[in-house]
Design a protein around this ligand. Structure first.
Ligand SMILES: [Zn+2]
Ligand SMILES: [Zn+2]
Length: 83
């Protein structure tokens, strides 16, 4: 099974082992728990997030930003039509 793309919600941390598998396969619009859009790449450096197994490090592999800080870049789901 290959994961083409990894999505995460910064607000979902610090519990990195509890991501939602459906986020990775479906066209999920956002995290229904926090009402935030999911991130598929690092908003700080642009690096594509790797497979969830690597999320245990809890920071971007390129710029080392801590994942919980990514919530600052996540937009509320109701603003997604603006894009
Ligand atoms: Zn969330
Ligand atoms: Zn980064």
């Amino acid at each position: 099974m290959k994961l083409e793309q990894s999505r995460l919600c910064g607000a979902y941390y610090p519990n990195p082992l509890c991501y939602k598998i459906e986020w990775q396969f479906k066209t999920a619009t956002g995290c229904d728990r926090h009402q935030l859009r999911l991130l598929s790449d690092c908003p700080n450096c642009g690096a594509r997030f790797d497979v969830p197994a690597l999320w245990v490090d809890r920071w971007c592999q390129r710029c080392f930003i801590f994942f919980p800080e990514l919530v600052n870049w996540q937009r509320p789901m109701e603003n997604q039509l603006e894009n």
